[in-house]
Design a protein around this ligand. Structure first.
Ligand code: BES
Ligand code: ZN
Length: 462
């Protein structure tokens, strides 16, 4: 039986298994779900074992375990290291989901006329890394695994992969491979398949602005004492100028500028601005002057407030001048911008712009470097050939705005350019209510991944 036929014959089984995995609320950010995160790790361990992997283990870290497994058929053959994550983002706010986030349902959508699985983690990243487990099963069942394979599936990606750094550094021999394969990104569409060649980095900060030592009556004191929420809003507003350029001194110092032909090639990728606006129900897009939407997301850094709070937000009204105000602020970075340096620049600037009437505390959270990968590698060529065979079209290289901090670590520590072979769509609502993943994307992904192995063996030996 061919690998392709095995995949087609087992579609229902593959889907049901994914549904079982999606029922586990493995939210790494919230300690309330600790047991579930461990349960998801165990699910992955057992699924790798069932698919035919050897030396499967839960590698303990100071946080959640990394699931490792391998199949070394011949040490002379090239080795593919598969990376993915079994943790998911918090599902809040639950009330905005049309169906409960951990009770997967399949529904048709405009972009997924053949159905999509709605559940937290369906596209990011359970539905995507599980395609690799199933492609592996299909190749093993047909005795047609062309290369060696190693799996490294972690449980802390959504909280910054804090313990992965040390794991990779301490296990270079164990993780030795010829390419890293990751499915945790998007493609343009099934009609326009693409491979991601760039991801942004991230610097995430929390700020606290303190005014008076206690909440005050806003009549007695209002107008005479600094209101930390008012001040925080002004400070945040000043971080971008009228061209939506970030005002932090030194922020752009290392940002690469691109030649016109590179920018043109990026902008030549299929992109329907009207459909983009319609889908988000916005009248216009917004961003740095002088750049297109594709460029704003792909090659330019940005700054966003992720949350802001303070004062009274309950029912009705309370006249209060609060003592404190807070915000969580993220900066998406591009290659050469070091996230630690940017965090430092942010902190210095944010403290410098605070008026004497308030005190400011800045706490850097997690971060990660951007990554750009070459299209001139055996891995990229294999991805291109696999897509060509599965979709009948050449892959379009794209640069995406999200971050997978481990990618730059792979480049630095293992000397490997990760191949970002993702099958989600940007409308799949990652991190949002009603996250979903196309059933067809899932099956096409499994087929394409199996083809990647076939072509990687050929390309790596050229
Ligand atoms: N799968 C995403 C990364 C991604 C999203 C890549 C969209 C390309 C397009 C990943 O799981 C993720 O969400 N990463 C975090 C990074 C982090 C350090 C918490 C992100 O981008 O916010
Ligand atoms: Zn994510």
């Amino acid at each position: 039986m061919s690998v392709k036929k095995y995949i087609q014959d087992n579609q229902e089984k593959f889907l049901n298994e994914l549904i079982d995995l999606l029922k586990i609320p493995s939210v790494s950010a919230d300690p309330k779900f600790k047991d579930d995160v461990f349960a998801a790790a165990e699910f992955v361990r057992s699924s790798l074992e069932k698919a035919g992997a050897d030396n499967v283990e839960l590698c303990q870290t100071a946080g959640y375990p990394i699931v490792y497994g391998e199949k070394i058929i011949n040490p002379e053959l090239p080795t593919v290291l598969v990376y993915g994550h079994y943790d998911v983002q918090p599902a809040d706010p639950y009330e905005l989901w049309d169906s409960p986030p951990f009770e997967p349902v399949i529904k048709k959508t405009e972009r997924h006329p053949e159905g999509a699985i709605f559940a937290r983690g369906s596209a990011d990243d359970k539905g995507q890394f599980y395609m690799h487990v199933k492609a592996f099963e299909a190749m093993m069942s047909n005795d047609e695994l062309p290369c060696n394979i190693k799996f490294m599936i972690e449980g802390e990606e959504e909280v910054g992969s804090e313990h992965l750094d040390i794991f990779v550094k301490e296990n270079k021999e164990k993780l030795k491979a010829d390419v890293v394969l990751v499915s945790d990104t998007h493609m343009i569409s099934l009609e326009n398949p693409s491979v991601t060649v760039g991801l942004r980095g991230l610097a995430y900060m929390q700020v606290e602005v303190t005014g008076p030592n206690r909440d005050l009556h806003s009549g007695t004191y209002g107008g005479a004492v600094a209101n930390p929420i008012n001040i925080l809003c002004k400070m945040i507003a000043s971080l971008q100028d009228e061209n939506n350029h970030i005002t932090i001194p030194g922020f752009y110092d290392k940002v690469e500028t691109y030649a016109d032909d590179y920018r043109k090639a990026l902008n030549d990728a299929p992109f329907d601005l009207e459909a983009y606006k319609k889908e988000l129900d916005i009248n216009d897009v917004h961003g740095e002057a002088g750049y297109s939407t594709i460029e704003r997301v792909g090659i330019r850094p940005t700054l966003d407030v992720n949350g802001i709070w303070g004062g009274y937000t309950g029912e009705g009204a309370k006249t209060v001048l609060p003592s404190k105000a807070y915000a969580k602020i993220s900066m998406r970075l591009v290659p050469n911008q070091d996230h630690k340096e940017i965090s430092r620049l942010f902190e210095e600037h944010f403290k410098a712009i605070a008026p004497a009437s308030v005190k400011v505390k800045v706490t850097p959270h997690h971060g990660g470097q951007a990554a750009v990968v070459s299209t001139e590698t055996p891995g990229y060529r294999a991805a291109d050939l696999a897509i060509k065979e599965a979709f009948g079209k050449k892959a379009i290289p794209t640069r995406e705005g999200g971050s997978i901090p481990i990618c730059s670590l792979f480049q630095k520590e293992l000397g490997l350019d990760p191949i970002l072979l993702g099958f989600g769509l940007d409308t799949d609502a990652l991190h949002s209510p009603n996250e979903h993943y196309g059933v067809k994307n899932y099956y096409m992904g499994i087929e394409t991944i199996a083809l990647f192995f076939k072509y990687f063996k050929e390309e790596a030996s050229k």
